[in-house]
Write a protein that binds this ligand. Sequence first.
Ligand code: AMP
Ligand code: GLY
Length: 423
Amino acid sequence: MNILLIGSGGREHSIALSLSKSESTEKIYCTPGNPGIANLSEIVELNISSHIDVSTFCKLKNIDLVVIGPEQPLAEGLSDYLRTSNINVFGPSQFAAQLETSKDFAKSIMFKYNIPTAFYRTFDLSQYDDAHQYIDLHSLPIVLKADGLAAGKGVIIAESHSEAHEALNIIFNGEFGNAGSKVVIEEFMQGEEASVFAICDGTNYFILPSAQDHKRIFEGDLGKNTGGMGAYSPAPIVDIELMQKVENQIIKPLLNGMMNEGHPYIGCLYCGLMIKDNNPKVVEFNARFGDPETQVVLPLLEGDFAKLLYSASISDLDLYAVRIAQNKYSVCVVLASNGYPDKFEKGFEINGISEAEKDGAIIFQAGTKLNNGKIVTSGGRVLGVTSIGSSLEDAVSKAYNAVEKIEFSNKYYRNDIAHKALK
Ligand code: AMP
Ligand code: GLY
């Protein structure tokens, strides 16, 4: 198979690695890619907002499958355009991707199909006064969410009513642009978070190992929200019984619901869960693989990942294309630029990647670029250092050993990845 992969982060590096190890993969092209992905594929320059350009490239190179990594091309309807051009795509339609691109849409689907989630109400700008009144009647804390895509910044958990009023004004005043023309106000859910990804073909699904992300910048889950500072898989809190609840109460009704709406869901369904008393509720859906979770989940798969995604794309899911490695655990520590998620310097040379790899670690590149033949930092999250072990402890210790081998100026990372699960 010839595959076109779209994206440039650690998530796409991990997808590229799994595709490159698949028997059915002949050649991988990637756009825009990064220096790590360049070792596994041919990097091509394409304007992915120009759907006709992408489609023309696919015809020219006999592309059998397009894999879309990030949410933005899904929101722009790239999957729909390619499908009408008879090109197979792993990634949901623009309509189905609203599960991620509109919090209000996701909540309305969840309530319509009885999927457990926090109680909520949605207000638009014309309901400004009603929204403020609703806040006054709401118990604390109150969760406010800009409806649309806001790069992970559109969620505010207000501990007081005055903070909630202020947050509402910030969203309505255009801080998140069009994404804030509607606001979802919802109940705060207690519990522990985990994520579960399902590879879906519209009707059937294959569940990948569960994972936990570390969203905050500082140890002990303190400080600002980030894209994710590390992850581990599987998450002990998602045991067999809980996974059955996730399937029966969330994934099956969601797939049936989307089919019923006339928009079958084809792609990776990311279920962000809050777990309390062994019961899952949905915090959010994403219409794509999570990052950095993908950097721990995919290395635990054996078999032909490309075949899995291809079979999903043609709505004929091959449940035997991959297997989940037994008794293996993986941990990813993100190496970031000091200052991230705010201001940070970049352009520093990175050393030690091959030394860390010699010890068995997998180094996924995210915020890197080539400068005169050297790999330098170019983003907030620079590398994902993943190690596999026979226990979570083993994987943690291997990952931190590898972290020590990699050097660049202003390197920052959390020292407590997966510690919650070790307690
Ligand atoms: P979201 O973008 O909807 O996933 O929200 C970002 C983060 O905010 C989540 O990962 C949770 O940590 C937190 N969060 C969102 N909604 C809620 C809620 N209703 N109750 C508690 N925490 C929440
Ligand atoms: N790790 C969170 C996300 O991918 O949205």
